[in-house]
Design a protein around this ligand. Structure first.
Ligand code: ARG
Length: 564
């Protein structure tokens, strides 16, 4: 029996709200005396036109006590539920034990496709920490949807097309050499790109020249494309090293260049539908009535733009994947870009424009200040991850110098710490990098959750082979065990909530809550030294916790080592 569902079903009949809605509204009160679950009635006041405490009382009258719920009372605007503890822990733990790491998964998204457009760094520019956020949040959003049964298409929409490559070609011809680019890689490409920028400030002809080269690229000019492809390959090689470290894999690397030969028919369609307008030689979609600047589709020199490719890509994806959602992960500063071209899709008459979702996130900063590609203080992703591994290595050396497989674990914990730190706060908040905070084994961190998981593994290892066929769950009705079980019971709901809000931090925070509750349980209850039947029931809590922590971390893109 699923207790929360049981409560939600009853509430649904009594309140006429859908069960799914109620599941998200049910709370676990911090004060245990207020019950195991609580239902706030504030939201209903508007539709029912009654004071929330009155609504709470009316609903309560319609609820019944049974196997699941032993007591219901109303305090203020809340309806509080007290469950039958033995039945509750049994229902949760047997479910987790039976389902294993599939616990929490569902078929909600069966037969539905979701496209996640994430990471998407720009070729010939360093993969900096700003792209980390898109990669890490996007990867978690992919995995959350997969767990809910959706077919997920993770797309890396590489910034590999546009005038900047014309600039790079000019820069290469003026200041580059084959040897220097081969040895220096992206750093060298970046160096000559910056030279171009400085020089073009004085000499505007350089910009014309660069636009000329980009138009050549668009037209299939061999020299232009050979150089571009070379820059592309060099960049991908470096990006792949970072993806490998992060354990991220894409289903498609269809970047902006992929749409080069697909834009013309889309521009035609825009013309036919009378959406395009000429303005100073360029082709635009006027968005004044939406209080937005125009969406530029074709430059006056014939060059296409970022938005032209995004519109084309959306049409292509709809046709190819028939998505129910196409999710875009970028920093907040691209809000206007997405709002503009989503509106263009709307004007084209496609009602699926409402399934295009821009999911923005905040900036990343070091304690010492903002990170940026333009200033000198670029922090490269690869350096940052290597530093995380090195710092973790030092901690392991101090805490557990005899640990087997130290290097691999330093890698899993160091990288896990970076990912966790990024996913811990609501995505719209800025992320601050503080090694001390993010590697704190006792804080609200990746290492803390991983450590809790490893602790559970170590208890189970010591316990040896046990069978959970015959467990007396009434033996674990203490508060600490109950707290762990309540949080485990909430894991499936948290996954759904995280999916509908595009908010992995809901899962991240839940992992911390489970870890804290488990550590309290471990502290309060002797496990291996208790009576056999009590020991068995407590070990069931340990296995279930271990299972959910491992799966939660996996969904966040983080490894769960068994020892650390
Ligand atoms: N390449 C872009 C950047 O680094 C992000 C692309 C996001 N995806 C998209 N379909 N526009 O800013």
């Amino acid at each position: 029996m699923d207790f929360k569902l049981e409560i939600a079903k009853q509430l649904s009949v009594a309140s006429e709200l859908p069960v799914e809605e109620i599941l998200f509204m049910l709370e676990v009160p911090a004060n245990k005396e207020m019950g195991d679950f609580a239902f706030p009635c504030f939201k209903l006041a508007k539709t029912l036109r009654k004071a929330p405490p009155m609504i709470a009382n009316d609903i309560k009258e319609k609820l019944v006590i049974g196997d699941a719920i032993r007591e219901i009372n109303v305090v203020g605007a809340y309806i509080n539920f007290f469950v039958n503890q033995g039945n509750f822990t049994e229902s949760v733990l047997t479910k987790v034990l039976a389902e294993g790491t599939a616990y929490g998964h569902s078929t909600l998204g069966a037969g539905k496709a979701v496209v996640v457009d994430y990471s998407s760094p720009n070729i010939a520019k360093p993969f900096h920490v700003g792209h980390l956020r898109s990669t890490v949040i996007g990867n978690a959003i992919c995995k959350i949807h997969q767990a809910l049964g959706y077919t997920v298409e993770g797309v890396n929409h590489l910034g590999d097309w546009g005038t900047q490559f014309g600039k790079l070609i000019v820069a290469y011809k003026l200041w580059g050499s084959k040897e220097a680019v081969e040895t220096g890689g992206i750093q060298e490409l970046m160096r000559i790109y910056v030279l171009f920028h400085d020089a073009a400030k004085e000499k505007d002809e350089l910009n014309d020249e660069a636009r000329g080269w980009f138009v050549k690229m668009q037209d299939g000019d061999e020299e232009a494309l050979t150089l571009w492809k070379w820059f592309y390959d060099i960049s991908i090689k470096e990006f792949d090293r970072v993806y490998e470290m992060l354990g991220v894999k894409f289903d498609a690397y269809t970047g902006e260049s992929f749409y080069n030969d697909k834009m013309a028919p889309v521009v035609e369609e825009l013309k036919e539908k009378n959406i395009l307008k000429e303005s100073e030689g360029a082709m635009i979609v006027d968005l004044e009535d939406k209080n937005m600047p125009p969406c530029l589709i074709i430059r006056k020199d014939g060059g296409t733009l970022y938005a032209t490719r995004d519109i084309t890509a959306a049409l292509y994806r709809k046709k190819t994947y028939d998505f129910v959602k196409c999710i875009y992960l970028t920093a907040l500063d691209q809000n206007l870009h997405f709002a503009q071209w989503f509106e263009v899709i709307n004007r084209m008459g496609y009602d699926w424009y409402k399934d295009l979702v821009h999911v923005p996130f905040g900036l990343v900063s070091l304690e010492s200040g903002k990170l940026s590609t333009r200033q000198g203080n670029v922090i490269l992703m690869e350096d940052l991850l290597n530093q995380a591994i090195a710092e973790t290595g030092k901690i392991i050396e101090e805490k557990n110098p005899n640990l087997e497989n130290k290097e691999e674990i330093a890698k899993q914990v160091g990288i896990g710490a970076v990912i966790f730190n990024d996913l811990y706060n609501g995505r719209i908040k800025d992320v601050v990098f503080s090694w001390e905070r993010m590697l704190n084994f006792d804080g609200e961190t990746g290492p803390y959750v991983q450590y809790t998981h490893a602790r559970a593994c170590s208890i189970l290892k010591k316990a040896g082979d046990v069978s959970f066929a015959d467990v007396d769950y009434s033996l674990i009705s203490d508060e600490a065990s109950m707290d762990v079980c309540k949080l485990l019971a909430d894991f499936p709901v948290k996954l759904e909530d995280a999916a509908r809000k595009y908010e992995p931090s809901i899962v991240t925070r839940h992992m911390v809550a489970i870890s804290q509750a488990f550590n309290k349980f471990y502290h309060d209850n002797p496990i291996l030294n208790s009576e056999d039947d009590v020991k068995l029931a407590r070990l069931a809590v340990v296995v279930a916790t271990k299972t959910v922590l491992k799966e939660g971390l996996r969904i966040l893109g983080i490894n769960a080592p068994e020892q650390m």
